[in-house]
Design a protein around this ligand. Structure first.
Ligand SMILES: Nc1ncnc2c1ncn2[C@@H]1O[C@H](COP(=O)(O)OP(=O)(O)O)[C@@H](O)[C@H]1O
Ligand code: SF4
Ligand SMILES: [Mg+2]
Length: 352
């Protein structure tokens, strides 16, 4: 006689982010995005897992913050989303269309839709080219307007980004870092992108310039309905200007929530350590006192289980066995930790 099976009394697992967020219409959808570079040596080659299954939804007009320590994959995400480098796996949809499919001329025509602003405005501008010529060049390359139209558009854009007409004929060496970052932002906007990806846009600037550039970006979003990915290693930057925030660790999103919810109810131990550190050390983030002394895993040898286990003060024996998924922790809150429910109420323990 067959034994009666005992009905499972296990709680139904929370749905994961990919499943839940698929229901919401999104302007930018990133699904299971992977970018593996290749490390070669005499003995063979191994993948460097810079991005490993990133899934994100960004609504039209939203500013999504991407935050995490150096090396977690933020710039790689920016480069794949802007099509500066290819994806190894996964999908990106922009305004309902496959954004990874266009190649050659089709890609060239669509490139203006997604523009990148990165950290170093000096590196983004030719030192021998005047600001006016540099700002008009991408429009000329895409066949937008006549030379006279382009000049008018550049002058109007200079005003929009808070620079007077005299900047038109200046060389980059005659401008400050903050002024050059305004130029770079203006140059990107002249192509009328729908998505602006900003990779550490204020990291090279001093504190007073930093706030001005963040305010400018927020004004531009309000005026133009731009959708933005705002990438920063600095929690204060994403807290200042983002609607939602995705926290990245070792090539993955480990927590994603509305900005205030994330700061009021952080659920992942890594997010909690980041927040605790940024509040305690205004000059910079020193996570050491909130985490175990373990190393960040190498993208050449990612562990099987939770990638944060080597530093997690709450790690349990099962954490190293299976990789946690990004699961729902609240109506718009997702966390990649199998024990978030038990440790979220506890205070962050001291190191050790
Ligand atoms: N072109 C590349 N070739 C090999 N490895 C790379 C390359 N670009 C980035 N990486 C590696 O990918 C990981 C993520 O880098 P990156 O995206 O620049 O991180 P972040 O911007 O968060 O500091 C790092 O380990 C980095 O060394
Ligand atoms: S799954 Fe385990 S090791 Fe990973 S963050 Fe959660 S408690 Fe820490
Ligand atoms: Mg970077």
């Amino acid at each position: 006689m067959m034994k009666a099976t005992i009905p499972s009394i296990a709680r139904r697992a929370a749905p994961d982010y990919a499943e839940t967020s698929r229901r919401d219409p999104a302007f930018l959808s990133v699904d299971g995005l992977c970018k593996y570079y290749t490390w070669r040596s005499f003995g063979g080659s191994r993948p460097i897992k810079s991005l490993d299954g990133v899934t994100l939804r960004v609504a039209k007009g939203e500013i999504m913050g991407i935050v995490g320590e150096s090396g977690c994959g933020k710039s790689t995400l920016a480069k794949v989303v802007t099509r500066l480098t290819s994806a190894t796996a996964g999908q990106i949809t922009l305004d309902g269309e496959d954004w990874l499919a266009p190649r050659g001329e089709a890609l060239r025509r669509r490139r203006p839709q997604v523009q990148l602003v990165f950290q170093d405005p000096h590196g983004a501008l030719d030192p021998r080219m005047t600001i006016g010529t540099a700002m008009a060049a991408p429009m000329a390359a895409h066949g937008i307007g006549t030379p006279a139209d382009r000049r008018d558009r550049v002058l109007a854009m200079l005003a929009e980004v808070g620079l007077d007409e005299s900047f038109h004929d200046r060389l980059p060496a005659q401008c400050s870092g903050g002024q050059l970052q305004r130029v770079v932002i203006g140059r990107a906007l002249l192509l009328e992108p729908q998505l602006l990806v900003c990779d550490e846009p204020t990291s090279a600037l001093d504190a007073s310039m930093r706030t001005q550039i963040l305010n400018l970006l927020m004004d531009l979003r309000a005026r133009r309905g731009l959708t933005m990915l705002m990438i920063s290693h600095d929690l204060r930057v994403v807290r200042y200007m983002c609607d939602r925030i995705a926290v990245m660790y070792a090539g993955q999103v480990v927590e994603l929530a509305d900005r205030d919810h994330l700061f009021d109810h952080p659920a992942h131990p890594y997010t909690r350590a980041l927040i605790a550190s940024s509040l305690l050390e205004p000059g910079g983030i020193d996570l050491s006192r909130h985490l175990r002394e373990g190393e960040v895993p190498s993208p050449l040898a990612m562990p099987e289980g939770c990638r944060f286990a080597s530093r997690c003060p709450y790690a349990q024996p099962d954490c190293t066995a299976l990789e946690p998924a990004l699961k729902q922790a609240g109506s718009r809150h997702f966390v990649r930790c199998r024990h978030w429910n038990t440790h979220a109420a506890a205070t962050m323990p001291p190191r050790g």
